[in-house]
Design a protein around this ligand. Sequence first.
Ligand SMILES: [Zn+2]
Ligand SMILES: [Zn+2]
Length: 420
Amino acid sequence: MSDSRRTLKSRESPTVMQPNSSEVGAHQAGNGLSLTIQPELLTRTPAGATGDSVIPETSDEVRVPILSSEPSGGGGGASSRRSRASSRTSSHSHSHGGGHQHSHSEPSETDPADADLESGEPSTSFSELRYLFRWVQKSLPFIIILGAKLVIQHALGLVVGVGLFTTFLYANKNIQTQVFLQDRRSKIECVWLLLFLASSTLLLYYTFLTESLYYCLIFLSPAVEPLGFWEVLWAVGVTNFMLKFFFMGFKCLILLLPSNLVTFRAQGRWYMLIEEVGQVYQSVAPIPLWFRYLITYQEVDGNTGLTLGVLLALVYFILKLLGLYGQWGSFQKTVRLFLSGEHTGAAATRSQCSEAGDICPICQAEYRNPRALLCQHIFCDECIALWFNREKTCPLCRTAITDKVHKWRDGATTPYLQIY
Ligand SMILES: [Zn+2]
Ligand SMILES: [Zn+2]
């Protein structure tokens, strides 16, 4: 069958290509084309042998228009030949829907082009991320080993840190509870908290007496040599907790004051002021330590080490100053609030009070310095001021009165660990 087809083709091709013989280049191209086509025909013939006898005839019909289009197409370059060949394969696949070899070759030709179009930024970054993830996954055991070594090396520091944090949480929660209880607060509990904080501070400084960490409280360097990264972190962390304890002790002292000397409302203002001063102090305290750490350099680093150190220290100092400038604004506002002791709502008249029944809904007693809120509900000045230490709305009708709760008046201390 294949032999008969080849003879048929050789008999036909001269008659078809005769018009092209006027142009030499086109003639050669035509020959080249017939050569490239022949393997395709050969591969196709087994399918044709099993299939219908009509198929070879249609394939010949397809071949004729392509060859006749040669003169109009111009010089037969390699690229044009390839495009023609591809167009021919596509025409083949159209004529034989069932031809497996051709229908498979077509997607393989288009696939790389599609991949080039689709491969953009997101896919590459995703693959990089996946690569990083695989690296982490692979080296996880070694990271764990190094982490364990680090924990063992700094076991004492970590234990002390956890202990300090637990102490802080316990004292902070209890001080807030005592402030909330007001009249029902227990003086014994307050004394216990004060002693607890004082003994914790003394115990820590006594344990690390040789390091003289208390120098950090007054902006001096501790007796730790050499002052490496972990040493600075340790000193700064301990100092931060000690300052928190110190200002919490102050709050305990306020708690111990009799309420007829300082009203609960004024006590709230004191807590606020103490906390604000404490936060400013906490953010200033680590400056000398980090400054010294950044500016120190090894002898081997030479002048570049010194220059870089000074540069880094300056950048740190500027950032710190910017932060302190922001804090200064809030500090001024707090001091103004502390001195003025602003009131909520307007003073209520006697008739307003009698209309409301002459009984304060909060303390269930006669009004003392009655104040009328925007919603016309009337409370004692003291009662409503204490209410707004925690809430933003009227206790009766839930009308929004203030846009923000006055911070730190409930005796709370910030849990934020200032380590830089
Ligand atoms: Zn009241
Ligand atoms: Zn109301």
